[in-house]
Design a protein around this ligand. Sequence first.
Ligand code: SF4
Ligand code: SF4
Length: 394
Amino acid sequence: MRVLRRTVQLAFLGLTVAVGLGAAMGWLQGASVEGYCPMGGLAALPSAITTQRFSCSTGEANFTALAGLLVLALLARKSFCAWLCPLGTLLEWLGRLGARLRGRRAASPAVGLLAPARAPDRLARWLRLGVLAAIVAATYTTSELVFRPYCPYYSLTSFHGHDVEAWSYAILGTVLLAALVLPMAWCRYLCPLGGALWPFARLGRLRVAREESACTGCGKCDRACPHGLRPSAADEVRSGECTLCLECRAACPERGALGVRAGALGARPRVSAWAVPGLLGGLAVLVVVASGLWSMPSYALDIPDAAPAARPAVVSLVVDGVRCVDTARKAVAQLERLPGVIRVVAYAARHTLEVHHDGARLDREAIRRALEAPVIDPQSGQIRFHVYKVLEIE
Ligand code: SF4
Ligand code: SF4
């Protein structure tokens, strides 16, 4: 199971880096590392509920991933962190390196060059909820993903993406260095997504369980836990911090002493540890499929005083340059004064504009020309060429 988890971690980290690089170099049209990031969905959730519009560059995949992650937490706790999160993978490896640097006697990956006492460690974990509240409030008031330039995951995988500044790399470097000194410091104290999952994971149905009769009390499971939990101290690990990494089970020398239990309302039968990667894989596929089954606009404009259409028609365009609400709004402005346009709806995360028009007055080529025409910057008055390029028309 340990080999499987490390393989899955490596594969997901590699996939994320490949998508980030491909998107940055233009090899993967329309792909983005933030497209499936559940944190984007979480930050934009209040404004999506109140306005029925996506904020900034968020879209269906962000919100579907968030829903999938919450379901996963209720079933398999914070297994996303231990099995899939690319940043978590890197921080876990750095934490192990830090523990080794501490010396031969530091056998636990939870203890790096610094070893926080249990009480301040527990208290500091509440910081994550403060970070989460600040991000959600700022995103709600600005409708922008304000957290993006501060996010170490985005700085790491976007290959100098939109909004990334020199200090974004300084934050990333600090987070990576901190993991060496204090393992999983970002995950323990600052990660807003980890903070949001915490209460859901506390209720998680799959749990590491200890068989008292088989346990010798050697404590090897406690030393193996990267989050400093103590599986040897109870019959079940109920903590909302457990990521179901199963390192404790792999470290246990006694056959049958540590396993996984499932269920609710008292009945907690033992299940195979394969249930954890099985659930993760199944939910990942469901998220990808389900995100294509629904849609919500990022921006929509009904053209005031548009004449009723003699022949109503709708054309859908995939447009390079439409990336977020702001760029979508500017693209819609290109079509606003085109005679025959009635309504334009933008789906920024899909780079798509839906143009409702009078087919008797306007054809799709006229719409393409208007969209690809030079753009006049309203602030500077400068003319900019090739801002939007139509990739597909349906
Ligand atoms: S208790 Fe076991 S499964 Fe849970 S995080 Fe610690 S080592 Fe991983
Ligand atoms: S490693 Fe196994 S035997 Fe040792 S304390 Fe933990 S559960 Fe018991």
